[in-house]
Design a protein around this ligand. Structure first.
Ligand SMILES: [Zn+2]
Length: 286
C-alpha cells in the first residue's frame, strides 16, 4: 500500500511529466473511485497543470482558479504516462510542447479516490503535519503520544491526524530503528525515545524515497525488517516476530525492541559502573 514515500515519488513523476501541459480531454469512468459527478471532469478541459502538492498520502493537482484534482492511491492506484488501458479509471489527453500524450489513473483494486474540489477539501484539511514537507515537531508528537494512554505507539504514529503519511511499513521500520516495541503504550514513551523516533521516521522515509528513485534497481525488498518475519534481525540476529496489532500485521525484534522498558538493573553492577565511568573520567581530566 502506498505510503508517504511512494506517493511523493508519484508526485515527482507527475510534476516532471505534466507541468505546463494543457488538458485536451478529461474523462473519469469509475463511479467507485470518483467522489462527486463523473461529468464534472469535463470542466477541466482546456486547463493547464500548474501545481503538484502532497500531504501525507494525498496528492493535489492544481489547475488555477481554485480548481484542484485530489487523488488518493488507496491500495493499488498509480498515475501513468501512456501505459496500459487495462486498469484505467480516468484518462487525460494532454499536450505539452506540441506533443500529445495520454495520462492515466490506473487502479486494479479500485480503493483509490479522485475528487474535484476547491482548496477546502475536508479529507485534505483534516490531515496532520507531513513529516517531509512540514518536518516533525518533537514536542507536539510527545504531547499526542502522552494523551493516548490506551493505544500503542505504533497505532498513534499511524493516525493521519498525528503524522500524515505514516503507514504500516514506515511505522514498523522507524520503531525498529528507534529500538521501540510497537506494542508499547503511547503514553509510556519517554522524551529521549520520542527524539529517537523522530530521527528514525526521517531516516526511514529518506531511505525508502532514495530506493524508489532507483526504479527497477531497487525492486527487492528494500526494508530492514518489514516483510522479514522469521528471518534474523539485521542488528542483533534474533529471529524477527510477526503479530497483529490494531488489525495490521506487524514485525518487531524482541531483543532490540524490548516490550518492557529496560531500566538500569541493580543486579548488574559491572554494567552500571561501565556506564558511569566515562563521564567521570572526563570530569576528572578537567
Ligand atoms: Zn534485534
Amino acid at each position: 500500500m502506498p505510503e508517504l514515500p511512494e506517493v511523493e515519488s508519484v508526485r515527482r513523476k507527475l510534476s516532471r511529466w505534466t507541468t505546463g501541459a494543457r488538458l485536451v480531454s478529461a474523462v473519469a469512468s469509475d463511479r467507485r473511485i470518483v467522489r462527486g459527478s463523473l461529468s464534472a471532469f469535463a470542466k477541466l478541459e482546456g486547463r493547464t497543470f500548474r501545481s503538484f502538492e502532497r500531504r501525507g498520502k494525498w496528492l493535489r493537482i492544481g489547475f488555477g482558479e481554485n480548481q484542484y484534482l485530489y487523488s488518493h492511491l488507496g491500495m493499488t492506484g498509480d498515475w501513468e504516462l501512456e501505459g496500459e488501458e487495462r486498469f484505467e479509471r480516468a484518462r487525460f489527453e494532454i499536450v505539452k510542447k506540441k506533443k500529445k500524450n495520454v495520462l492515466r489513473y490506473t487502479d486494479p483494486r479500485r480503493w483509490g479516490v479522485l475528487a474535484l474540489a476547491g482548496e477546502d477539501f475536508p479529507p485534505w484539511a483534516a490531515l496532520g503535519p507531513d513529516p517531509l514537507h512540514d518536518g516533525i515537531d518533537i514536542d507536539r508528537l510527545e504531547k499526542k503520544l502522552s494523551v493516548r494512554a490506551k493505544k500503542s505507539v505504533k497505532e498513534v504514529i499511524m493516525e493521519q491526524k498525528v503524522l500524515a503519511g505514516i503507514g504500516n511499513i514506515q511505522a514498523i521500520e522507524s520503531l525498529w530503528k528507534a529500538h521501540i516495541h510497537p506494542k508499547r503504550k503511547a503514553a509510556s514513551i519517554e522524551h529521549e525515545e520520542v527524539v529517537a523516533l523522530v530521527k528514525a521516521i526521517e531516516w526511514s522515509i529518506a531511505r525508502t524515497l532514495a530506493d524508489l528513485e532507483l526504479g527497477d534497481a531497487g525492486k527487492d525488498n528494500p526494508f530492514k525488517i518489514y516483510g522479514n518475519a522469521g528471518r534474523p534481525c539485521p542488528r542483533c540476529k534474533t529471529i524477527l516476530q510477526r503479530f497483529e496489532l490494531g488489525g495490521r500485521t506487524t514485525t518487531a525484534c524482541a531483543t532490540c525492541q524490548p516490550l518492557a522498558k529496560v531500566k538500569p538493573s541493580r543486579t548488574k553492577p559491572s554494567a552500571k559502573r561501565a556506564k558511569t565511568s566515562a563521564p567521570q573520567r572526563r570530569r576528572s581530566r578537567r
